[in-house]
Design a protein around this ligand. Sequence first.
Ligand SMILES: [Zn+2]
Length: 133
Amino acid sequence: MHRLILTEQHWQEIQCHVESHSPLEACGLLAGKNDRVEKVIEVRNQAQSAARFVMDPYEQLKAFEWIESNGLNLIGIFHSHPAGPETASVTDIAEAAYAVVHVVVSRTGSNWKARGFWVEEGEAHEVGLQIVE
Ligand SMILES: [Zn+2]
């Protein structure tokens, strides 16, 4: 996948979620069709850590069921780096278990920024994120 399209509303939801959990990392799933996000699903970070995230397996399962029953696909996973960096970490790359866009939401000052990555064979390649109305 070479890009991911989100609406301004989705981006607001992601920012609210990561902001409310900061300085801990927060995470969630992006469901949609093709390269277009249709739903942001928050998932609890079981690790409750400022340095890594582990999706709560029960919430993740419920989210997968919701996605399937709504005829959507899992197209992205997002998590925050409240203290940076903007890019996927070595751990993120090693633990990337799904062939979806990995969105890293990092903070600089009071602003959150999102960058997307496609992880393949131990390497992260940037994917363009497009935010539309
Ligand atoms: Zn990370």
